[in-house]
Design a protein around this ligand. Sequence first.
Ligand code: C2E
Ligand code: MG
Ligand code: MG
Ligand code: MG
Length: 280
Amino acid sequence: YCKMTGRNNRLFYSPKMNNMYNDILFMEGELRKALYNDEFELFYQPQLDVATGEVTGLEALIRWPHKEKGNIPPSDFIPLAEETGLIVQLGEWVIKKACRQHVEWVDKGHNPIKIAVNVSAVELQRYDFADKVATIIEETNMNPTYLEIEITENSVMQNTEDCIQTMKALQKMGVSLSIDDFGTGYSSFGYLRKFPINYLKIDQSFVKNALEESSSAEIIKAMIQLAHTFGLKVVAEGVEEQPILDLLQQQQCDYYQGYFFSKPIPSNDLEKLLYNQRAV
Ligand code: C2E
Ligand code: MG
Ligand code: MG
Ligand code: MG
């Protein structure tokens, strides 16, 4: 039995799990060090208007270039950061970094576009999350109307009333909200009405299969229609080929992102890429 509790940062384990325990403890230490030494990076993936092909936004995605282990993907360390509570500091770092980068681009004379950051349930459920965001916005001089916060369905379902208050506070500041990986969580359409959100991001699993599986294409179509009924804009994730983009255009999806246009890339590459579009 091995259970980690994020609440008091204590680890329980049995001798059987000794290796796993050591690995986890080691990685936790590495995470702390990396935070302290400012070793994380943000990559940026463009989001485009389906109808016009214009770049309208970016998603910031964390990267951990590790000296011995190479590039560690977020799926390998975000869960640990969540379990240990380190995600709170890490998440603050992400929002700050994204805001600073945005302000730097605007100061250089680029047209501002939206920048989206991913926020974990653990962060969203902190009583002071909205205040923290407000402080970062003030400190960095970020225009909050360009900041977007991505949360997953499940993270709102855990503590719904408090989360809704936090989300409302964020929207009041001008920040917009997206539901990420839509369709993979509780997927109750009822909350689309209840939650203060601006965007739905259709999970890549539906998008990738849309050509082979008519059910995926039908689900996408239904999601778009429903979102539009509630006045939400739709972003399709994981678009890798032209035929998928054609399908999304037919179904009047609003925005897309994916390898078809660009993978997530470092800030200087992104700047070069967008220079011609005169965005950011
Ligand atoms: P996500 O927010 O759903 O991000 C989309 C993921 O899909 C990213 O993986 C991105 O690189 C990948 N992707 C984008 N387009 C394509 C495509 O066309 N094909 C394929 N196969 N993949 C595509 P990444 O960067 O590895 O991030 C994985 C997840 O880690 C994210 O999923 C998000 O849940 C989490 N994450 C990333 N950065 C952060 C962060 O700063 N904070 C938190 N809390 N979570 C983060
Ligand atoms: Mg996301
Ligand atoms: Mg997603
Ligand atoms: Mg995700």
